[in-house]
Each structure stands twice: as C-alpha cells, then as structure tokens.
Design a binder for this molecule. Structure first.
Ligand code: KG4
Ligand code: ZN
Length: 338
C-alpha cells in the first residue's frame, strides 16, 4: 500500500511516500526558511508562490528516493487544514490533479492529526487512549485521543502559540529566525533561574494556555536591561532560558492536570516545539517520576513533514474514508470538534 502524501499548510513544501502506513520510503522537505527569514516570519503570499515552484521538484525527488513511479501509488493524501489558505490550496490542487490523472483515491487530512500520527510512525507500539500535546508555530493543543480518529478537545492557547512566542521573542531580540531552534541551542549552558516569568494561566485548573503575556514580559525585561547587559551573551542567554523554563513548566502543568483528571497514563508530544531538547528531557524526566509512558517523535518528525500526513491518510483509507475531489481547504480546521 503506497501512499503519496503532500503537506503545504505553512512554509515547508513537503512530499513523502509511505508504505503500509508505517514505512517511510521518502520524506522530502523543501524549506522556505531562507526566504521568510528576512521578514522575521512567514509571509503567506510568498509561501504559496514558493509552494507552486517547489512542489513538482519535491514530488520528483520523493518518487526518486522511494524508487517508485506515480502509477504505482495506491492513494493520495493531502493536508486540508488548519493553515494558510493559499499554501493549503497549492498542496490540495497538486494532490487532486494527481488523483484524477492517475485514477487514485484521494484523502484530505487534518494537519493536527498528522502531528499525532508522527508519534505512531516512530513508536508503532503507542496505543490510545493517550493525552496528546501538540506545540507548534501555529498551535498549542491538548487533546484526549480516545482512539485513532476519535479525539476529545481539552484545551488550546487563547492567544499566541508556543512556537510563535519563541519566534517573536527571537525576532525582538534580533537573534535570528526561526527562534525555536536558535533559543534551544543558546540556552544549553544558561541559568534559567536568573529571571522569573510566571506562565499565562499556569496555575488555573483548566486546559487553556496563554503565551502572549509571557512574550510581553520577556520583551519588557529585555528593554529594561542596560545597553551593556543587552550586549552580554550570558545575560541574554539567561533571559532566554528563563523564558523557556516558563513555557515548559506551563506545558507540563497542563499536561499533568489532564493526566490526573482523566486517569490516562500515556502522553504523546508533537509539533515543532516538541523538537526542543529541554522540553523533551523535562517531559521524559517528569514522566518517569509519575510513572507515565511518554512518547516523543524524533525531532525531524516533530516539525512539519508529509510522512505524518501519509501515515494518517493510510489509516483513514483502511477505515473506508475517501474525500470528494471538490473538498476545499479549511484554514481553521480543528481536532476533536470545538
Ligand atoms: O510544527 P511546525 O514545523 O510548524 C507548524 O505547524 O507551526 O513548528 C514550527 C515551530 C516554529 O515556531 C519553530 O520556532 C518551533 O516550531 N521549533 C522549535 C524548535 N524547533 C522548531 N521550538 C523550540 N525548540 C526547537 N528546537
Ligand atoms: Zn505543524
């Protein structure tokens, strides 16, 4: 069972070939980071134009690496949302065209569900029910996965997503783009207790997140530093580490709340921020303390990729789901209703 998967929800042009839902034959990611870097964030119009340019070469590369021709594909799976409308349209158009041309079934996939399936790709033994935390540039979502395809929404961010705040803090401090991996590297030997930032809603007995106040607090603290402190890498790295500590502490508090309230003992992480080394070790360490099973996809499967879309697509195909070819992008698509 060969699935051709396409993911273009944001700024990465991704094409993958997945065998039987679990085996990654190719997983091509054409990054547009260099283009968006000069703007300090993703420019939607530029992103969709680049997808148009990159999609065919990425498709050719994916087939070549997998040593497969398009005729041999059994299924086409494409991200339908959430994401940027123009970007989603590019992938959907390409997927629908291929499905028509080669007479293959077509399945539209929820990008967030794709992030869930990234865990399953790396850890086929993971079994629902489990608590999923998806933390990316666009989302911070806590979900109860009752079964594959059966989701109960628990909470999400009320304002900025966790990754978005990494990127915005980095942009304000002019330390590079995207902020997540840069901050991850800079804080490795820093002191995370030099500054203290309370996380938004961190002590509230609900599953909602809020990161925009934290972003403002970090920026204000930076603004109040003397000019010489602003030039001091040690102080800046401590500031970033203190910021990150607050993010990770909040993410863990909400996750453990869900664990305690539901009685479920398994946690899965996903999304670009789940590639963060401190977040990963924090969840592994705390998970061990609480006797939980913690599943972390490899960093390459945490960030956006099409392999996770192919895995999810193959699962749905086997449950009998096929999408109509007139299906449209849904930039606000959610996971688990609400
Ligand atoms: O999942 P993803 O590739 O795209 C979205 O669906 O948004 O996530 C991208 C986000 C960016 O905000 C990026 O800064 C963040 O994930 N990110 C990280 C790390 N790697 C990527 N954040 C913290 N630590 C990292 N190592
Ligand atoms: Zn994503």
């Amino acid at each position: 069972m060969y699935c051709l998967a396409i993911e273009t929800s944001c700024d990465d042009t991704c094409v993958a070939i997945i065998k039987d839902g679990f085996i990654i034959l190719s997983n091509v990611i054409s990054s547009q980071t260099d283009i968006h870097r000069r703007f300090g964030g993703v420019v939607p119009e530029v992103a969709s134009r680049r997808h148009l340019e990159y999609l065919i070469p990425a498709l050719e590369q994916a087939c070549q690496q997998a040593n497969i021709t398009l005729k041999e594909i059994d299924l086409v799976a494409v991200t339908r949302g959430p994401g940027l409308t123009g970007s989603l349209l590019m992938g959907l158009c390409m997927g629908k065209t291929l499905a028509i041309l080669y007479q293959k079934p077509f399945i539209a996939i929820n990008h967030l569900e794709g992030h869930l399936f990234a865990s399953r790709l790396d850890h086929p033994e993971i079994k629902p029910p489990f608590i999923s935390l998806i933390v990316s540039g666009g989302h911070t979502e806590l979900t109860l996965v009752k079964d594959w395809g059966e989701y109960i929404h628990l909470g999400r961010t009320r304002d900025d997503a966790a990754g978005e705040v990494y990127d915005k803090v980095a942009q304000y401090l002019k330390i590079g783009y995207p902020g997540g991996p840069i901050i991850d590297n800079r804080v490795k030997n820093a002191n995370p207790t030099r500054f203290y930032f309370r996380g938004g809603l961190e002590d509230q007995e609900n599953y909602d997140f809020s990161f925009s106040g934290l972003k403002t607090a970090v920026i204000r603290t930076y603004d109040q530093l003397s000019d010489s402190s602003k030039q001091d890498d040690n102080i800046i790295n401590d500031l970033l580490a203190s910021f990150q500590r607050s993010v990770i502490r909040t993410l863990w508090k909400k996750t453990i709340l869900a664990i305690k309230k539901t009685g479920i003992r398994t946690v899965s992480l996903g999304g670009g921020v789940a590639a963060n080394s401190s977040l990963r070790s924090h969840f592994l360490q705390k998970g061990a303390q609480h006797n939980l099973k913690v599943y972390l996809p490899s960093p390459a499967l945490c960030t956006d990729n099409a392999a996770m879309i192919g895995s999810s697509g193959t699962f749905h195909y086997f449950t009998g789901k096929i999408s109509p070819l007139d299906i449209e992008p849904d930039p606000q698509l959610r996971l688990g209703g609400t």
